[in-house]
Design a protein around this ligand. Structure first.
Ligand code: TYD
Ligand code: MG
Length: 452
């Protein structure tokens, strides 16, 4: 019998050690090193019929390399195409991470069902019947989609060879198991080995592979960091499970920008693409209410109009309460201090609650001015005109600071029918707008005359 070989792996960064130690020398994390059983018989992973090992790679001058033969595969899903930079690159590995229950399996199944190509959806998590039930909810057709429930990579490759699919989806990488490694599924060495086998398969056959990955408590993809290095694209599916919006972003993309963002809405019949999110995020009210202000923010490259709601009330207890949903609480405190100092508002004895509607979290500093406006409006109980919107950062001395790509924000606001947008005086704007007034301001105090 072959001697059983074990090695020690850091569960965080994947570094291999000959013996156990308390701290990983590479990533400096404590207690992450775990013993895993490794056994390597003669390796026989993905083997294409052509003997590719005989082919010797030769260097080519960069302008001689022909890229025209590599058209991208249309995913027939506008939002996914946008995030990927125009479709899936043949032979690429894409990893999709996200919280449990956020809709990763739903998104991938929906995509494979909608594609007109022959697709294979491999699941190690659900049975064929369960997947069929889900598929019926999402899309009644889907004649080109094959479902396989298998976790052993060698068996998957065998089925792939017989079926010859044009796209392969694996749900999920943590359930895969390779015969050539003894340790259990989901361990560092298994994930590394299975991903290597899949990369080899993808590159040799030019078949794109989409992998679903679990994430850890702190939001990073479970397994070694090396997994993210190995794949070509890392997508993250995020959003609040209690709200219907889901955001798909690229954390890494070898073939496109990581600034693009896809927005979906979870419905009873699967995920619906949201091509104009601003219209949904803003509640169109006839009645003007105090404490509401609209911010022209940017999420990645996409302009997004977001509604900010503030409630300022007299503090019941000695210490006033401050609470923010979807917005950084420290930043809220800072803005309150600025208002207190610069605009003379005595907010120290008031409770302040702030909410970003739609369940989204915003970290674009351009939302500051809308937050300040909403607080002022609630404090005075004077509504802000509902065709006003705001896009500027507020500095510590109460100055209104410029934000990036202000013209794109102005155009979005104009498109949605806003009459006035408040921006910093220091923003360079060469844009000529027809129906929207661009109001330049330089200090928080300037806002008072306009909105309250
Ligand atoms: P799922 O795709 O199983 O999540 P993940 O693979 O990321 O763990 O998430 C499914 C969730 O979405 C589930 O809680 C129910 C909901 N859902 C809908 O609201 N509508 C649908 O059509 C489907 C299929 C799921
Ligand atoms: Mg799932």
């Amino acid at each position: 019998m072959a001697k059983v070989k074990t090695t020690f792996f850091c569960q965080n960064c994947g570094t291999q050690y000959a013996q156990w130690q308390g701290q990983c020398k590479a990533c400096k994390d404590w207690n992450t090193i775990v013993e895993e059983l490794v056994q390597k018989p003669e390796k026989q992973v993905w083997k294409s019929s052509s003997s590719s090992s005989k082919r010797v790679a030769v260097p080519l001058k960069i302008d001689q390399i022909d890229t025209s033969k590599e058209p991208r595969l249309n995913t027939y899903n506008g939002e996914l195409n946008r995030v990927l930079g125009g479709g899936i690159v043949p032979g690429s590995l894409t990893l999709l991470g996200g919280e449990p229950g956020i809709g990763k399996s739903t998104l991938m199944l929906q995509i494979t069902l909608e594609l007109p190509y022959k697709t294979l959806y491999v699941s190690g998590e659900e049975s064929q019947k369960q997947i069929k039930m889900r598929a019926e909810r999402i899309h009644p057709k889907g004649g080109n989609c094959f479902i396989l429930t298998e976790t052993k990579t060698q068996n998957i490759f065998k089925q792939i060879e017989d079926l010859q699919p044009e796209i392969v989806v694996i749900d999920s990488i943590q359930t895969l198991h390779s015969d050539y490694i003894e340790s259990s599924s989901g361990s560092v060495s298994q994930i590394k080995e299975c991903t290597t086998e899949l990369i080899k398969f993808a590159k040799e056959t030019a078949t794109p592979v989409l992998l679903i990955g679990h994430i850890t408590k702190d939001g990073s993809i479970a397994g070694p960091k090396i997994l993210e290095h190995m794949v070509d694209t890392v997508l993250q599916f995020e959003g609040d499970r209690n709200h219907v919006f889901r955001i798909l972003r690229a954390h890494k993309n070898r073939f496109g920008s990581t600034h693009e963002l896809g927005i979906y809405e979870m419905q009873g019949s699967g995920l619906r693409e949201v091509s104009n999110p601003s219209e949904i995020l803003i509640s169109k009210k006839d009645e003007e209410l105090s404490g509401n202000a609209i911010a022209a923010t940017l999420e990645g490259m996409r302009p997004l109009m977001i509604e900010v709601q503030a409630l300022v009330s007299t503090a019941v207890y000695g210490t006033p309460q401050r609470s923010a949903t979807g917005f950084n609480a420290k930043r809220l405190n800072m803005l309150l201090a600025v208002l207190e100092k610069r605009a003379g508002f005595r907010l120290g004895a008031k409770d302040v609650f702030l909410n970003i509607t739609g369940g989204i979290t915003v970290d674009d500093p351009a939302i500051d001015l809308a937050v300040v406006a909403a607080i002022l409006s609630s404090n005075e109980d004077v509504p802000i005109q509902n065709d006003f919107c705001f896009a500027a950062e507020v500095g510590l001395s109460g100055e209104i600071r410029p934000v990036q790509r202000v013209e794109q924000r102005i155009l979005e606001a104009e498109k949605l029918g806003f009459s006035t947008i408040f921006v910093s005086k220091h923003n360079k704007i060469s844009l000529k707008t027809a129906s929207i007034k661009v109001q330049l301001i330089s200090k928080v105090e300037d806002l008072i005359g306009f909105v309250v």
